[in-house]
Design a protein. Sequence first.
Length: 301
Amino acid sequence: MAYLESLRVFVRVVELGSITSGGRDQRLTPAVASKRIKELEQRLGVRLFNRTTRSLTPTEVGKQFYEEARRVLEAVDQAEAVVAQFSEAPRGTISLTAPLGVGRRIIAPLVPEFVDRHPDIRIRMRMSDRKVDILADGMDLALFVGTPHDSSLKLRKFADCPRVLCAAPAYLDRVGVPQFPEDLLRGHNCLLLRYPRSPEYFWLLDTPDGQRKFEVSGKYDADDSDVLTGWALAGAGIANKPLFDVAHHLEAGRLVEVLPQARPVPSIFGCLYPHRKLQDPKIRLFVDFIADRAVAAMQGG
C-alpha cells in the first residue's frame, strides 16, 4: 500500500507540476511528498525529475514511468471498484468538481447528508467556474451547468436549468429597461462570465423568432459567477444567471428580470465522468443521490 501511495503522489506531482501541489492533492505535507518521491527514485535507481530552484519537470525515464504508473493506478482503481460491488458498504474517496454557484448553494449543503448515509465514503470537492479537465486533474466526476463538449466522457443529465436576464432597479432607472433583445447591443452594460481561453462570447436567447445569438459586450467580466451577481446587485449592469442562483434576489426585489419574453436558453444541469467509473458503486450512489436531491433543491430556488 505504501508503494501505491507513493505512485499516486508521483503521478499527481507530474500532473500538477510541483511537489507542493501534488502533496496537497494527496493531503500530504511537501516534506512527506518529497520523501515519497525520493523513496521511489531510490527503489528504481533512477532520477524521475529534473529539479531547479524554479521548476520541476520529469526526466525522460520519469515521463515513461508516469505513463505506466498511471495505468497501474487506473487498473487498481478499477479492480477495487469491481470488488466493491460485492460489498454492502461502499468505501473510498470521491473527488468531484462543480461550478461555484451550484457548488456552494446546491451541492455542498447536500454532501454531509450523503456522508452520513455512507460513512465509509469521503468527499473531496473542488469548485471553479473554469473548465476542468477531469482526467488530468484526477477527478472522478464533474457537475456542471451549461453545455458539455467532451464526448469522451459519460454524460448524465439531471434537468434543464432555467436562466434569466436580470439587473438592479437602480441600473434600470439610470440606463433604461430594454424592450427588445436588440436593445442589449445598444448602450447596455452586460456582465460577462469569462475565463482564459474561453470561447467567443455571446448570449443565446429564446426569442419570439426562435433562438438567436447576441454578441453582447460590457465593461466588466470575471471568472466567478458570484462576482457577476455582486456587480448586478450594485447596479453595474445586466447579468445572465441560472434562475436558482438569483431567485431569492428576484423575490426580494433586489434584482428585476428583464426581457422575460426572450429568456436565455436553459442550461443543462448534470455531470460528466469517465466510462470506467460506471463500475464504481460509490460513484453511482453519489450521482443517483445528487440527481434526486439536487434537482429538488434547484427547483425549489
